[in-house]
Design a protein around this ligand. Structure first.
Ligand SMILES: CC(C)(COP(=O)(O)OP(=O)(O)OC[C@H]1O[C@@H](n2cnc3c(N)ncnc32)[C@H](O)[C@@H]1OP(=O)(O)O)[C@@H](O)C(=O)NCCC(=O)NCCS
Length: 224
C-alpha cells in the first residue's frame, strides 16, 4: 500500500477520498493518510473518518528520503488547482493518478499525472489527457480528443471526437462539445451548454448553442 494525501479538504476532496476507498475495495493500493488544506480552521478535523493533517508545511516534516508520500490535488476550479500545485512545487511531490474501477479508458489513450478519473466515465481511443485533469462521473471523451493540464470536467460531460480543450478549462455539468472544436485556454463553459463553434481563450460560454458572454483574462500562469 502506498501512502497518499489529498490536497484540498472541500467537497471534491471528500469525493476523492471515497474514490480511493473504492479503488482499494477493488485492489488494495492506497493508504490514505488524510487531507492537506491551507485553511487552518480545518486542521485536526476528521472528515468522513480521514483527518485534516495540516497545511503545506506538513510535507516538509513528513516527506522526503526515504519516506515517500503520494499526493493528488482535489480541487474543481482549475485556477485554484493551478495555484495550489504551484505552491506545493517547493515540496517535490509525486502525484498519483486515480482511476475508478468502473471508469474505462482505451489502452491507446494517455493520461498524465495528478489526474482523477471518476466512476462511469469513458475515454475512447487515441485521446491525450495532460496532468492534473479532473474528470467527474459519467463523462464521455471521444477519439483523438486532447485535454490539456489543469482542466476540470464536471458531471456528465460529452466531448466528441477530435475536440481540443486547452489548458485550465472548466466545463460545467452536462455540457457537450461537438467534434473537431477547440476551446481556448482558461475558458469556462456553463452547465448544459452545447458548443458548436471554436471558443476563444479566457471566455465564458453558455447556452444552446453555446455563445461567449464574456472574456476575462483570469490566467493564473501570468501572475507574478
Ligand atoms: C457559466 C457559469 C460559470 C456562471 O458564470 P458567471 O460568470 O458567474 O455568470 P453569471 O452567473 O453572472 O451569468 C451571466 C449570464 O449567463 C447566464 N447563465 C449562467 N450560467 C448559465 C448556464 N449554465 N446556462 C445558460 N445561461 C447561463 C445567466 O443567467 C446570466 O444571464 P443574463 O446576463 O441574461 O442575466 C455558471 O453559471 C455555470 O454554469 N457553472 C457550471 C456549474 C457546474 O456545472 N457545477 C458542477 C460542479 S460539480
Amino acid at each position: 500500500m502506498k501512502d497518499i494525501v489529498i490536497i484540498g479538504a472541500g467537497g471534491f476532496g471528500k469525493e476523492v477520498a471515497q474514490l480511493i476507498k473504492e479503488i482499494n475495495l477493488d485492489k488494495k493500493t492506497w493508504n490514505l493518510l488524510g487531507f492537506i488544506d491551507e485553511t487552518t480552521t480545518k486542521h485536526g478535523l476528521l472528515i468522513n473518518e480521514n483527518p485534516v493533517l495540516g497545511g503545506f508545511d506538513w510535507f516538509a516534516k513528513n516527506t522526503g528520503n526515504p519516506k515517500k508520500v503520494w499526493a493528488v490535488c482535489a480541487l474543481g476550479n482549475p485556477r485554484d488547482k493551478y495555484n495550489l500545485v504551484k505552491k506545493a512545487s517547493a515540496y517535490h511531490l509525486d502525484y498519483a493518478t486515480l482511476i475508478h474501477p468502473d471508469a474505462k479508458m482505451s489502452n491507446y489513450s494517455e493520461l498524465g499525472f495528478g489526474c482523477i478519473l471518476c466512476c462511469n466515465s469513458f475515454i475512447s481511443v487515441n485521446t491525450k489527457i495532460g496532468n492534473h485533469v479532473c474528470i467527474n462521473p459519467g463523462c464521455g471523451i471521444g477519439h483523438d480528443t486532447v485535454i490539456e493540464d489543469y482542466s476540470s470536467l464536471y458531471w456528465n460531460i460529452t466531448l466528441s471526437g477530435n475536440v481540443c480543450i486547452h489548458e485550465g478549462c472548466e466545463i460545467g455539468s452536462k455540457a457537450t462539445v461537438i467534434q473537431k472544436k477547440t476551446v481556448g485556454k482558461w475558458s469556462i463553459i456553463g452547465a448544459g451548454a452545447v458548443i458548436i463553434n471554436d471558443l476563444p481563450e479566457y471566455c465564458t460560454a453558455v447556452g444552446v448553442p453555446g455563445r461567449t458572454i464574456k472574456i476575462t483574462d483570469h490566467d493564473p500562469t501570468k501572475k507574478i
